[in-house]
Design a protein around this ligand. Sequence first.
Ligand SMILES: Cc1ncc(COP(=O)(O)O)c(C=O)c1O
Length: 390
Amino acid sequence: MTDTFELATLGVRAGQRRTEFQEHSEALFLTSSFVFDSAAQAAARFTGGEEGFVYSRFTNPTVSMFQDRLAALEGAGACVATASGMSAILATSMALLKAGDHVVCSSAVFGSTVTLYSGILAKFGVQTSFVSPTDVREWEKALRPNTKLLFLETPSNPLTDISDISALSGVAHKAGALLAVDNAFCTPALQRPLALGADLVIHSATKYLDGQGRVLGGAVLGSKALVMDGVFGFLRTAGPALSPFNAWVILKGMETLELRMLAQSERALELARWLERHPKVARVFYPGLESHPQHALAMRQQRAAGAVVSFEVKGGRAAAWKLIDATRLISITGNLGDVKSTITHPATTTHGRISAEARAAAGITEGLVRVAVGLESVADLRTDLERGLA
Ligand SMILES: Cc1ncc(COP(=O)(O)O)c(C=O)c1O
């Protein structure tokens, strides 16, 4: 199916397997284990001698449908589902790294990713260097003989920096390392990192794959060798599995993925253009704007610019909080990837636990506001923001 159908079709159809009841919609298998015809079959299933479902920590038909659909969308040889985006990053790292290895990571990744590499994995002897998401030379300079993994997120959160996936895959491969890309912001509807040279794609399915802010989930995609021989083994043993219920919710969410991503990107661009003209706004960060420093790169590697718009209001924290508190429609919440628009003050929430110096170095100012644009009318979103800007 992967070779012959386009993305819109794959989002709706790929991976579906019908039971003997011939249900039209994908079935939800809420079961922790599966029964066998005989002791011999049980033995064969456990050793892998016979294919089939065993136990939902590592095999479940609804989770398989989710994995197969996402693999088709990303053009990946294999996909394993995880309980959350963070457990996808953890599973990848635990499976592919060992004590003494070195990681080069973009400095503009999700806060918990920074903590995972700089805190938790450091405790187990994995060293990480953090570098600029946009300066390829910094990545080259950070390489060491023991560098095994390069990790990035593009566009970055919240400043929408764009990393050059194909250039950085060249850097990784020349050094004998792997490139992993967190594709949560774009999803395969807008960006397919494997086609650009990445070895692994990571997802927080909690975001746009679900699309309606209902459940947590994650996934790791790549070649069969990396994913099934590597990451799957860690997951099977350590157990941060995606629940079948969550897999089912996300599977249904993926049916509208392309429509949502294109429509939300269109609304985000319209809102970004309005904000850019607003006298109370000092600067807008959105890859779809010609003023964005990596606009050309974004338009080359993405199909649309995505739904996250950040902007700096004049007047620092007081002005940013006034704007946020004046909203009646947009939800004040840290999450994104929802059809309901959300608004956040990164300096005191998502990036509130890092030092003021680190925040300043990352460009997270007190006046910065992030809006993850949903599917409401842009006119209504403008009215909601104008109230606090006026
Ligand atoms: C880009 C990105 N990656 C990973 C994560 C972690 O995902 P989860 O919350 O599903 O663990 C997030 C979460 O907010 C994120 O924004």
